[in-house]
Design a protein around this ligand. Sequence first.
Ligand code: ACM
Length: 675
Amino acid sequence: MNKFCIFLFLLFTLSGSLTGQPNMLMPVPQKMISGNGEFRFTAGFRIFVNQPTGSRAGAGVSRFIRRLDNKTHLLLAKEWLNKKPEQQNELLTISCNTVAKLLPGEDESYLLKITPEGCELTAPTDVGILYGLETFLQLIESDSKGYFIRSVTIEDAPRFTWRGLLIDVARHFSPVDVIKRNIDGLAMMKMNVLHLHLTEDQGFRIESKVFPKLHQYGSDGDFFTQEEMRNIIQYANVRGIRVVPEFDMPGHATSWFVGHPELASGPGPYTIEKKFGVFDPTIDPTRKETYVFLEKFLTEMCELFPDPWMHIGGDENNGKQWDANPKIQEFMKKNGLKDNHALQNYFNTKVMAILKKNKKKMIGWDEVLQPGLPADAVIQSWRGKEGLEAAVKKGHQVILSNGYYIDLSNPAWKHYTNDPLPANNTLTPEEQKNILGGEATMWAELVTPENIDSRIWPRTAAIAERLWSDREVNNIPSMYNRLARTSIRLEECGLEHITYRSKMIRRLAGNRNIESLITIAGLVEPLKDYKRHAQGVAYSTDLPFTRLPDIAAADAPVPLAFKDLCETWFRKKDPDVIPAIRAQLEEWQPLHGEVQVAASGIPALAPWLIVSERVSKLSKIGLESLHYVESRASVPDAWVKESYATLSEAALPVQECELMIAESVMMLFQNALPK
Ligand code: ACM
C-alpha cells in the first residue's frame, strides 16, 4: 500500500476514532445526553441480568460478553449474574419485563445509562435489551490506559416497526451459513425482519414433505430442508428477528411446474428456468384442484414458519398463459371477471382465505392491490411511491421496498434519502400509522453466496438507519463516515463483504501478486440499475459470476476520495490538494504494466487489461493536465483532441462496469484548458 492508499484506508476505516464515540453510533439513537466522566473496564466487569423466563436477553448477554472480550482481551467472566451483588463497582445492570412476541408494533425501546459508577440497561421487552447491547458495544473507546465508555444517557426506540431485508434464495441459492451471518448483520443494525423469497422460476428452495416433487424437481438439489429452516428460524428468533417466507404466485412459478405441470395454465412440459426476466408460466387459478393443492402446501408451510405473516408474491404476472387458454377465458366470462387483474384478484382472495384459516396475515407485492382485495392484506410497494400511498389510502398496511433495491448497485446515499414517510407526504396521521417501514431487497440474478454480502453490506446499514432514526437524521457525509466504521464492525459477525474480493481475485490469479488487480477492482463499480443486462451478456444461472463486475462493488471508496480532491481543486480552486492528486495519479499510471504482468498467460484476466489500459491513460492525462496548469505552458491542440477522445471512451461502460475515476480526470482536464 502506498502512502495515498494508507491515507484513504485511515480516512475510510478509522474516521472519528479507532473505537466508539456517541456521535459515531449507527443507527443514530432518538435521544442522547452526554454526562461527565467515563466508565472504565477491567477484568472485574460483571453483568447482572434480571429477566423473565424464556427471555432472549441472557443468551444475548453471553454473545455480547464474547464479542466484548474478543475485542478487548479483558479476560472477562463469561457468565452473567442472576443476583445483584452487594458490592460490585464495575457492573452492567440489565432488566426487562417481557418476552417480545416479534410482531409489528411491539415496544422495542431501551434506556441505557453509562456513568463512572456503573451502567444500566432497561427495556420493556427482551429485544430492547438486545438493541441496547449493540449500542453499548458501539460506544466502547480505548486509550493507552484501557477501554472505556463516556458517560451518556441514551433513550432509544425505532421510528418504524418493520425494518427488513429480503434475500432472494431462489434465483441463486444461499445456504444456511450465508443466511445466518446475514441474520447476525441484521441484529447488529437493529433490523427485525428477514424475508426469504423461497420460490421463483429458477428454483423451489424449500423442502415440502407433502409435495416432495416441488423441491426435488424444482431445484438443482439446492434447497433448505425443513430441519435447516427450523434452525434458521430459531437462530433468527433468539436474535429478535422474524423470518417471513414468500411463495411467489401465480407468476414467477416455473419451478413449481417441473414436478407439478397440472398446476400451470399452459400445457408444458416445464424445466427450471435459467434466464432472468418475466416468464409466461403461471398457476391456473380456475381449477378447483389448484386450491386443494395450495391449501395442503400452504398449511404445511404455515406450520413450518411460525411467523403470523406470510408473503404470496403476486408480482409481474404477464397473463400470457391465461390469454392463450380457452378454458380460462371461458371461466372468466362465466364469472364476470373482466380482465386478468380481476382473475388474479379472484386467485389472491382464495389464497388469502387459506392463509386466514391458518391464522396468517397475507402480504403481497403492489400488484395484488385490486378492487375487492380485503383491507387486511398488506402491500409491499416495489414499483413506486404512488402505489404505497394508494394502498394506505385504501386502509392497507404497507412496507416500502421501492428505492431499497440494493441489487441495483446504487450508492448508499440514494437509499438513505428514500424516506418511507417524507415530510411532504399527504397522509393523515391515521393513514401514516399504516406505513410499517421498509425492506431492502437482495434480488439474486447476479449474486452468489460468494459475493452476496458485498451487495447487502454495508449499504443496508444506511437503510437500517433510515428506518430506525428520525427523519431529521439525514446528513449524508455523516452517514458515510459512520458507514465506513460500521462496515468494519460488520465483519465481526462473519460477513464477507470486504474479504470476498481478494479471495475471488486469487481464484483467477493463483499465486501471482494480486495488488494491481485489487486496485483495479476498487476503481470500478458494477453498472447500476438494470444496465448490466443491456451489455450483450446473455445472463443465466449457468454463467460464472466471478468476473470483474461480480468482484467490484457499489460505493467504491477510493474513486470517491479522489473525486473529493479533484472537486476541491476544480470548484474551490484550493491548490493544497494538488500533491495528493499527483501522488494518486502517479500510483495509477503504471497499473496497466503491472496488470499485464499479473494477467499474462491467464485468459480469464484478459478483460481486466481493457480497464487497466484506460486507468493508465487517464492517469497520464491527469498528470499532464496538472503540468499544463502549473507550468502555464500552452496546451497543444493535438493533446486536447486526443485526451478528449480518451476521456469520452473512459466514460462508457467497460466490462459491465463503470470506471469511477473518469469524471474526476475530466475535471482535471477542463482545468488545463485555456479559459
Ligand atoms: C419485484 O421486484 N418483481 C417484486
